[in-house]
Design a binder for this molecule. Structure first.
Ligand code: MN
Length: 194
């Protein structure tokens, strides 16, 4: 990947990113329920939804830049509305491989919860809605949860060499669940955490 100035075009409503002139091709990642089947608590609901057609959970549009210190990775995430049992659609969540790297989210559309968690398990939840800039300090796992009725669209910026560690959370899970509660949400302790 060459170092040269470029721009990308962000559709605030759809959340899609596409390459501007001289920009590297934007990479799109798609995650369906079958990709995250173990992440949800209600496994009977997982099986029902998979039998009905494996719903789309989220997409990430990533602008490829060098994975080096001094660079800034940037992407959008589009998380669909919906529930698995009582648990809202969400991203897999990750630590950064370089633990001492932070991240910024800017919410452009929808409403949701940004779940964060230290390695020792201490969890924090911040609300996201259009205009909210969320700061994820170093050494926090992070997961985005759509608690609304429309797509949750986020723009993200993080250090070039941060990297992604999905394995730690896949093994331990998140200490908090975000569950539907009437027209809103509630946070609950995850009985199978750890
Ligand atoms: Mn991250």
């Amino acid at each position: 990947l060459a170092r040269f100035p470029f721009d990308s075009l962000l559709d605030f409503k759809a959340g899609t990113l596409r390459a501007g002139a001289a920009a590297p091709e934007v990479q799109k990642v798609t995650r369906r329920l079958s990709d995250l089947r173990d992440a949800f608590r209600d496994q009977a609901a997982v099986e029902r939804l998979l039998a009905e057609g494996d719903p789309l959970l989220y997409e990430v549009y990533n602008v490829p830049v060098p994975e080096e210190g001094g660079e800034l990775q940037h992407c959008t995430s589009i998380i669909q509305p919906g529930v698995v049992g009582e648990e809202f659609f969400m991203t897999a969540g990750h630590f950064h491989t370089q633990l001492a790297t932070a991240e910024i989210y800017l919410c452009l559309r929808g409403q949701g919860i940004l779940l964060m968690q230290e390695q020792a398990g201490n969890a924090t939840a911040l609300e996201m809605y259009p205009g909210v800039v969320s700061y994820i300090p170093p050494e926090r796992a992070h997961r985005s949860v759509n608690t609304g009725m429309e797509p949750l669209v986020l723009f993200c910026v993080y250090p070039g060499d941060a990297g992604h560690d999905y394995g730690t959370l896949r093994k331990k899970g998140f200490a908090r669940l975000v569950l539907r509660d009437g027209a809103g949400y509630r946070l609950a302790s995850n009985p199978s955490y750890g």
